[in-house]
Design a protein around this ligand. Sequence first.
Ligand code: ATR
Length: 270
Amino acid sequence: MDIYAVVGNPVAHSKSPKIHNLFASQTGQGLEYTAIQAPLDGFGNTVNNFFGNGGRGLNVTVPFKEEAWKLAEERTARAELAGAVNTMYRKNGILYGDNTDGAGLVRDLTVNNGLDLKGKRILILGAGGAVRGVLMPMLEQGPESVTLANRTVSKAQALVELFASYGQLEASGFGELTTSFDLIINGTSASLAGDLPPISPQVIGKNTVTYDMMYGNEATVFNAWAAQHGAVLCIDGLGMLVEQAAEAFTVWRGIRPKTGAVLEALRAGD
Ligand code: ATR
């Protein structure tokens, strides 16, 4: 049996084992996928032990994605720019780091929700690791512009400089946002604390779609706010979670699992 796992801290509530085991049975791949909690100061040892014992591939989650980026001996182009690694594997004795988060977000937006990002005005809230991880794949979709708004504007400016050559990007503070956007993505961790980024409802026009990278049993605070102010569609991040997993599974196994039934099973809480 080929062994895979997700490494994080904490990791007990991770949905990745369930998702990947469903992918494995759907595609008939003989693999087992578990969750490993690494000590906060022991991520490198955990990864080395895992691969030393014949493990085939790892997903990496909070708080180790940046450490995984450093630990990887080779990185894919998308991981390089993301500054974070969520997918690891060994090939010819080399430890590879990839990042499938951005591809997962784009696939959830375009395939699962049928949105075309080309020529669209996009607002992204936040400028931390989660946002950096998805910027390149988002810019590759050819939006008219991407505005990065963050509480700490200097962090948004730093990302704009880093990604400036890949598309029309600009930095902003929350208070300066006074026009509407086609798509607004909440990539702040504010939802975790039940907080709302302090932005004007003017960002929501008659056809605005919102996307919160977070998810929960109920609408996130951000999506509930957006719906109240007239957003036409409010999507949470569960689809991104399933799609980043499908992309990792494809990287490891060379076969792309179907995600619809898996997403439904998670929504139903099976
Ligand atoms: P992650 O890996 O989730 O991106 P991070 O790198 O710590 O975590 O980034 C968290 C992001 O959420 C940042 O953009 C942060 O804003 P600052 O850069 O100003 O710290 C944002 N954030 C966190 N709590 C927030 C809140 N209550 N309101 C608005 N933004 C918040």
